[in-house]
Design a protein around this ligand. Sequence first.
Ligand SMILES: Cc1cc2nc3c(=O)[nH]c(=O)nc-3n(C[C@H](O)[C@H](O)[C@H](O)COP(=O)(O)OP(=O)(O)OC[C@H]3O[C@@H](n4cnc5c(N)ncnc54)[C@H](O)[C@@H]3O)c2cc1C
Length: 371
Amino acid sequence: MRHRIAVVGGGPAGLTFARVLHRHDHPVTILERDPAPDARPPGGTLDLHEGLGQLALEKAGLLAEFQALSRPEGQAMRILDTAGTVLRDWRPDPDDRANPEIDRGQLRDLLLGPLDVRWGRGVTKVVPGTRDGVLVYFADGGQETFDLVVGADGAWSRIRPAVSSVTPHYTGVTAMETSLDDVDARHPHLARLIGDGSLAVYGMNRSLVAQRNSGGHVKVYARFRAPLDWHTNLDLADAEAVRSSLLALYDGWAAPVLDLLHGTAFVHRPLYVLPVTHTWTHVFGVTLLGDAAHLMPPLGVGANLAMLEGAELAETIATGPEDLDKAVRAFEEQMWVRAGRWAKITTAGLERLVSPDPAEALAHFDQVQPS
Ligand SMILES: Cc1cc2nc3c(=O)[nH]c(=O)nc-3n(C[C@H](O)[C@H](O)[C@H](O)COP(=O)(O)OP(=O)(O)OC[C@H]3O[C@@H](n4cnc5c(N)ncnc54)[C@H](O)[C@@H]3O)c2cc1C
């Protein structure tokens, strides 16, 4: 029997879920709020881990295409102190494929492939338990009913309230994101400083991280501990004003490091998380994937987990028990355990990486990075 399944959100979780169902010839309706795939800048690079994001791509039959697109050299990681001294300069072996990087836009296009997404279909809420199934309400006033609605709509999920009353809370760490284009030609000194992968500089309660994307594009994240209203007297749309404010915050750091803040626009990203353990009493016809289920500090696993969950739920539905609800329940139990483990690790990681003692950040790096 073919169930009426909808996934809300066309991010890494929702697209992987849909792509694996598609591989098993199982129909799925993909509802995405954005009006088009390129309606927003896709964001920075993602490293996909062998046992997580890459496993999901294998389940989707896309691993070989990923390997052709991804950048293994992007795994390189350099750590500096605030004076600009190189403390660690880790480079992968030429055949190391453990965590290669891929631009988010490339990953999205890879997953999209033949999928038929309903763009511009923002969902406002779902009501489970109606006579005909789960009722989905759209922002344009429309309604539709499904047997299963999968909420893969990210941090501020509109599906989550159907299963849980929990909302994300602020971690106390904010990120200001900027970017540099054509870095090899226009900022060769920064290109050399960053190398092939990522650069991180850790100071007291602050860090600066630069990540090379493809095509000479670099994303820079200034992360610091601050109250949520730290920018009350600052116009966040005024790049010069934001830069001055950040330069004051990073006062005393080496000039070449501060040159990373020369982007022309800044995006404000206060870091929110869900509780480390986020479970719920199972609700017939509704479940969550990815950030909607377990938003955690952005330390390199969120998209990986989102994708693996999407792939696993799709496989369970396509090949598992006839009873759809039983399949979803089994999936949830498995997701909660793994996500809880990673939420604990990333929460502790954020504490160490944006810490009063920069030595903690270096110790963290030495623990997680193969030498
Ligand atoms: C700066 C930064 C760097 C990161 N780096 C990494 C990394 O290197 N590796 C890694 O694994 N993770 C990383 N992450 C985490 C990763 O981005 C997320 O965990 C991942 O994107 C979650 O995927 P998702 O599909 O669950 O949600 P999202 O990526 O948030 O996708 C949700 C989708 O749902 C859509 N949507 C939202 N609301 C609605 C609605 N009401 N109706 C319909 N559609 C809706 C959105 O438009 C979006 O397309 C990083 C995060 C940040 C902020």
